[in-house]
Design a binder for this molecule. Sequence first.
Ligand code: SIN
Ligand code: FE
Length: 320
Amino acid sequence: MNLIREFDFTDWNPKIDQATSQQAIAALEGGFVICLPHLPFELSENEKRFLSETWSDQKSKNISLRPQGGLKGATGSDSDLIALRAMIQRYADQATQLVGALFPDYVPNLVTANTSLRPFEVEGRVSSYRKDDKRLHTDAFPSNPTQGTRLLRVFNNVNPNGKPRVWRVGEPFQQMVAKYLPKAKNMFPCQAWLMHKLGITKRERTPYDQLMLKLHDLVKADMDYQRNAPQQSVDLMPGTTWIVYSDQVLHAAMSGQYMMEQTFHLPPDALYQPETSPIKVLEAIKGQSLGLALNVVLCSDHKPTYIATGIVKSLSQFLD
Ligand code: SIN
Ligand code: FE
């Protein structure tokens, strides 16, 4: 099992032939990590100072640039922050060029999300098991349901001291799903509607989001799976760019410091092979649509029983 597909591009806007393009598409949508070991994100002499924890506000894990332009999680003088923002924006621009060159059909539907600089060492970081990204997982977020939209991520190791970012990459999505889907619990009636109304989720959590969240938690909670499931470790050296669908590829970050990351969103139907999307895979197994649920419709009629049950059960789940 080799879950890494290497390409030797040296340009953020590579000119690629038809055959290479098809290999890249098949690799990405097939759930492999596309690894570009000769594609560094170059920092100017003046920008190298940003590879330090001191620019963090020490509250956020990452320094993030919102697509609307806001910089979050950083501290410094106005001129420092302008320079820092320009560096992160350049990464966003280069990642966008790269994705456009490799996956041209995505371009009309590609939505740029946050860009981040991750300044902290991963190894030794303490967190609850659900937040522990040193455990294999596919990305799913409790407050930020995707409703099936893909999470495409472009990473680059910018460590100045030769330190790799060490990842573990796990078995194909379908194989993990076969093990855990039977244990993934559905939502209670009205839970999705209520969580949205109370501001717990940014939008309605669909049955798809619920399953993805449960898969995320079940996999992270299972230490036997974490140790013994099929997996490989990969050292992503400084100067390496890698691209993954993080909602599909089982991944864990074990160690490393200083990384750039760009997230894109893409509707599943905009893929070259939409059937490879987690939502299509899960719908095929379940034999039903996993979009907005019936209970949303029931709740929008303000049926008191559903709402009452929803309140009690959602709160109990939220508290546990
Ligand atoms: C993750 O997406 O789970 C973490 C990736 C990283 O920090 O290398
Ligand atoms: Fe992750």
